[in-house]
Design a protein around this ligand. Sequence first.
Ligand code: CLF
Ligand code: SF4
Length: 299
Amino acid sequence: MYSNTIKVNKDDKFKKLSNIHPCLGGEAHTKYGRVHLPVSPTCNIQCKFCKRDCNDDEDRPGVANGILHPKDAVATVKKALELCPEITVVGIAGPGDTLATGYAIETFRLVHEAYPDLVECLSTNGLLLERYADDLYEAGVSTITVTVNAVDPKIQSQIISNVILDGKVYFGEEAAKILIDAQLRGIKKISELGVIVKVNTVLVPGINDKHIEETAKTVKEAGATLYNIIPLIPQHDLSHVPAPTCQQLDNARLEAEKYLEVFRHCKHCRADACGIPGKKDLSSLLYGKRNDLETFSHG
Ligand code: CLF
Ligand code: SF4
């Protein structure tokens, strides 16, 4: 009875949010915008495909012009709304992991106080999601994306090099298991609080492309509502792996769809993206050129 009530409420919440959140619903994707606040400089794991960077040119996750300080977040949101009144969502998605430092939660608290009607959206690798779930909920976060690239440590260990947890570095399958267990516990806890969870999987041909069905099934059981498959951008330690073909992406989406609704409009946003996804990106108007800042890598 109790879990049914939560399910009904969550379905209802998802329906409402998907009408105004550009990354939850197909129609909202072309009508509404998001602003990303790049307040998270560092990461606590190393994905083999991740090359975090700060520059003006590349449109992909992990890249931002520079790092924003939480104290400047409210003024940045104000300016973003002036540039693009269709913005309904304030997202924090990097350039590092959003829970590796306390800046994202601090930022959400400030933005929620100033703009309680905006949807707050966090993207994380999930290593510390269970630990900070209550804080995120209290800071007003209502949608979360967790990047889960595998639920089998053998497969995950081919995608990450290490995990740093409470000052200790873990490698190989041990690191992979720590990450997977933490992600699933985090998804369970935050979804039980009523937060909508989308799972992103980076499709890496030859490594996790035959593992999508199991991943989708497992994250659904943990509490996820939506699934998004992102094609690998071959770089860093996985630069030798070809990006998936359209056929491989389609196949993966069909596998995932056996368990979860699949979001098909993702635009691989930068960590400082601003505007309606797929339309002109306004981040250079919002943040300007800040190449003099120290270069951080993304996540
Ligand atoms: Fe940003 Fe991500 Fe929130 Fe959207 S992006 S934190 S869920 S508000 Fe959207 Fe961009 Fe794809 Fe992400 S199109 S990369 S899915
Ligand atoms: Fe960290 Fe994200 Fe880069 Fe992975 S992709 S190493 S989680 S910043």
